[in-house]
Structure formats: structure tokens, C-alpha cells
Design a binder for this molecule. Sequence first.
Ligand code: ATP
Length: 249
Amino acid sequence: MSEVVLATYGLSKSFGALKATQDVSIELRMGEIHAIIGPNGAGKSTLIQQICGALRPDSGRVELLGRDVSDWSIQARARAGLGRTFQISQLAMEDTVLENAVLGAIGAEGTPWRFWRPALNTAELTERAEAALDRVGLEGLRDMRCANLSHGQRRQLEVAVALTLRPRAFIMDEPMAGLGAEGSRTMTGFLDQLRDEAPILLVEHDMDAVFALADRISVLVYGQIIATGTAAEIRASKAVRDAYLGDAA
Ligand SMILES: Nc1ncnc2c1ncn2[C@@H]1O[C@H](COP(=O)(O)OP(=O)(O)OP(=O)(O)O)[C@@H](O)[C@H]1O
């Protein structure tokens, strides 16, 4: 079995009486896409936030590349190789595609934010940013203002920004959200290739994309993982049908 890159052990988080995640243990292995699915309010965002370091769990721990990162900041986890794309865009709309990617690369180096404009001349950063744009197919749009990109192109740029960190593991929160059929196909094809570079923990409501991409799927319901398995195993699971997928399986 391939190497575990990212793992949670017994992550629990409550908001008052509400148990948003309960004893969640999952593994992300080299080369795989592991999807987390579940109904609205199941705890998917809460889980991701605990993995990224935005929310402190009540109990449990997070390991990245075999190191316990539970007490590390978001930035420290990112520098250690945890790449992330967000549900809500973090792009600087007035800046160009290349400038946004360079911003990501600067984040990777830990350079203070205010120095970023002069840093545009730093060949290494620009090279890293250009390589990431190349990788997502946006190389022809490097001088376009981000505000002028289509929604799908912005999603691609968000992945490029994350790629400038040279992540060892990716966390993606609904990368298909708001994409039309063609945009979803493009993104699906892209994620399919990306998994070889860095495994992806994928939270996604688009079940066509999940079943097309995921090597393994974990189903989260009321904060608990009720099943983990291949797409075929998850489709066949009575517990999953009853709790979530119903006839969609
Ligand atoms: N900061 C918070 N304070 C109180 N309750 C919260 C907070 N964040 C989330 N919750 C609650 O925790 C539960 C899990 O929410 P979460 O957003 O993690 O679910 P989700 O699976 O990501 O949902 P969706 O698919 O709709 O994004 C929900 O009942 C939500 O209302």
C-alpha cells in the first residue's frame, strides 16, 4: 500500500452541543484522490479547517508526512507542503494572472507581503509562477487582469496559486462549484493528472466528478465517517444509500 501523506486521527470538534466532527480518522495516500462527501452540514468544512489549521480540534491530531502538525499555524502547514484551494476566491481581482501566481510563490518563500511588487522582478519567483500557470493551461493569459477571467479560469488560477507552494498534499474545497458542464470536464481532466504530483483530499458535491475521479471516498454524516471505500463499494453500501446518496448511487 502506498505511503500515507496526510492523516487525521480521531479529530473531534463541537460547537456548543453540536458535534460537528466526531472521531474522524482519514488517510490520504501518495497518488490518490480521496473524496469526502456528505449532506449539507455534515461537517466537511469543519474537518478541512481542522486539517489546515484554521480551527483547533477539541481532540485528535493531524499528521503531514509523518509529522504531528496539530499545533502548527496555517502558514507553517502550508510551508510544510499542505496546498489548498478555497470555496471562496482568494484571488486579487485587480492584479494580473501572473501577479496572482507570483503572490502565491512569495507566500511559499515566507516573504513579507508588502515587498511583493519588487519581487515580481525576481526571476526565480516568476519562473515558479509561470511553471504553475503552464501546468494549469493559463500560460497564454498571464497578463490578463484576474477580474476578466471566466469563472472556470479563476478556478484554474486558484490551483496554480496553490501549486506555486509545491504542495505535497492538496486539499480542495468544491473545485467544481459554479462551473458549467464544460468547465467541470476541464477541471476533472486536470485533477485527474494532478494526483500524480500531489494526492488530493477532495470535498465536492458534484457526484459525477467524485465518482469519475476518486480512488477512495469517505462519507461523512452528522460529523462521523460512516463508510470509506472505492466508488463501487460506496455505491453498493446500504448505509450510504440510506444516509445520503439514495437513488443517486
Ligand atoms: N463556527 C461555527 N459555530 C457554530 N456552528 C458551526 C460553526 N461552523 C459550522 N457549524 C455547524 O457545524 C455543522 C457542520 O458544518 P460544516 O460547515 O462543517 O458542514 P459541511 O458538511 O461543510 O456543509 P456544506 O456541505 O453545506 O458546506 C453545521 O451544523 C454547522 O451549522
